[in-house]
Design a protein around this ligand. Sequence first.
Ligand code: GAL
Length: 829
Amino acid sequence: MQFHKILVFILILFMFSCNENKPTLITDKDFNKNWLFKKDTIPQGESITLDDSSWRKLNVPHDWAIEGPFDNKHNARNGGLPIDGIAWYRKHFTVDSNHKNKQISIEFDGVMDNSTVFINGHNVGKRHYGYSGFEYDLTPHIKFGEDNVIAVQCAPEVLSERWYPGAGIYRNVRLKLNNAVHIPQWGTYITTPNATAEQATVKIETKIKNATDSNTEATLETTILDTENNSVAVSTQTIQLEKNSEVKQIQDIEVSNPKLWDIGVPNLYKAISRVKIDGHVVDEFETEFGIRQIEFKKEGFYLNGKAVELNGVCMHHDLGPLGAAVNYRATERQMQIMQSMGANALRTSHNPPSTEMLQVCDRLGIVVIDEAFDEWKLPKVPNGYSNYFDEWAETDLRDMIKRDRNHPSVIMWSIGNEILEQGKPDGWKTAKMLNDICHDEDNTRPTTAGFNYYPASFTNKLAYQIDVVGVNYKPAYYGEIREQNPDMIFYGSETSSQTSTRGYYDIPLDYKVKKETNQVSSYDVTVGPSWAYSPDVEFAAQEANPHSLGEFIWTGFDYLGEPTPYGGRDNTTNGYWNDDWPSHASYFAPVDLCGFPKDRFYLYQSQWTTEPMVHVLPHWNWEAKKGETIPVYAYTNCDEVELFVNGKSYGKRVKGKDLTEVHTEYRGFLDSGYGFKRGIFKSKYRLSWNVPYQPGSIKVVAYKNGEVAATKEIKTAGKPAKIKLIADRTEIDADGKDLSFITVRIEDKDGNLCPNAENLVNFEITGNGVLESVGNGNSASLESFKEDHIKAFYGKCLAIIKGTEKAGTINIKATSIGLEVDNIIVNTK
Ligand code: GAL
């Protein structure tokens, strides 16, 4: 080692030994690398002597199904991808002989699904629910200093969900080497019973396990670190530990002038829990938490004493072209995009989310409804959770809460979505049982559920078992619910279900599902399932019922599977939803599978944000419609908008006064008597004009208090001439995980987006990165996410680049026949 390197090394050592605040005893090892994989039924796949030398080598998190191919022999409802079958993962590892006294366990954040785990041929456990995290003790079976084999069999089934679940070891894995006295999995539980800007009480419950055959005395020292990692409080207690037992220690720690966690203000503290025996640290455990106060009143939701309207999104867990394989950056990007739309809340429909999703929401300041189930005992799909409910529901629910209850973002526990037991007179019993489990594990947050049967969920008393009532697709009944239940706290747990395709417009306006296109018009005037209605209708309902806590739109991002309105209407257990193939992904969201905003994104932005904005649609390339009438819509949060076509004003429209007609076919509005009727809804949330088409430009100018506050112009694009690459980040971490999302635009020679371009784009990646996935947001495209090329869809596509562990540069080059190429450099550090 050269002299300066030695010096740096000593300095680093010194820094670590000096920084008392930072954990130094690392017990968890990232166990994600160098797994072997085979998708096959393998007799004795767990055997230590099995020859696995020819198996595919890969790192987890891994989702085998996203590799495709799409095929209509797979259910479109599950994404038209190979999510089922038997597959094995194996990993060889050695544990040094000097760890002989350690407790060795393996922790999986989730395996999709029906997993069985073996260590050196011994079965250590089975788990059905792919969304649950679990840990197995390996200690009795470890061979120290020799080769050990972990084998995981996955046996996921088709139609186990109503959406795309992914398949395989799709979340993180850790190997833990603990001392015999240690803090076990999910061993801390932190709440803030008192939290004001002046003073907070942080209550920490810590479990300590003594896995030895002798009684011992230990001290628990908990240090609170503030947002800048400064120690602000320490509490120390002596604890008597019986042999082979676990104790719970409670510490109440005062923090003065705390920085409160809030929406968009993600102040996070850390608790460093150290267990010491004879003055030596034997375990260290870090828990991130927030200091905040939540209150639910019939008037609304209050965070730190302030009323907050929940502008929420429901989201499934897949990451579009990356599939279900969890990735922190991809998750963070999803929620940043949601935040830029104005969303401040997430409902993790309809299952426990990844831990990364909750970390992201903690760190962005987004509140979360953490949801456990989509089914109880009555099935929606043939291989769904109902088959496992009796055996597993209590464990899965308790585990979700134990895992998630330190996240300040989590504000409610949802015991289920549209549970069919709503229709049963005794359905309330299961609701009560689950509700009581939630309170037992955490009495600081209310329970909730998303009910879609109205009034059955009330008459069958399910709604009265939980604390906060969520109703799905019932804006017409908010008033009635309030009248009949004056003290009930409720909100729209699922709303709108409008569908659309980015970049596609039906002119003249059309309200029917078009079978021939497999695409839905982006005018967003309601096309969808029978329960769908435009966002505008919900905006009006929320305004008319200010006591509702807010709404959660279905969904924030498009997701794989459930390609409604395509794919049949048969919502029964036998429903095979392939009759509109190739549709295989959702059309529901204001953002497509790639994260590109659709027009509707801006409709929500106009309602949910205050920074002046204006959006105009459609695009301005209607060569075949010269002289014909084109409806032009503008979405704004300003007072009024003026439209110009080729410089000529078509007049100002005033928000709140000039209305736009939106169709609403939803049967729930029929004769509701609450102002919502089936048929035409006159929306005050969008402004519109009818103008004759002439190529050139459309420009909208938005005014606030008479002053120009925002403008947007779209020009008629010429022929596709060049590729334009735009990276969301040009500097990423060289950790083998971080991603750069490269938006690819097909532009004319002047840099205008060609709104109908479908050019095939090829990618060449050189340097310290790889092409992880490609996509274009087309829910009916059968192109692979894993090739080095994809066609643009309405002018755009996406390349997702992953850095390697070696720092350097990644050069991304995109080519397409007849177009000027583009290059972009991403640096990795
Ligand atoms: C709801 C359901 C969601 C999704 C949605 C589509 O009824 O809870 O999971 O299927 O419909 O509109």
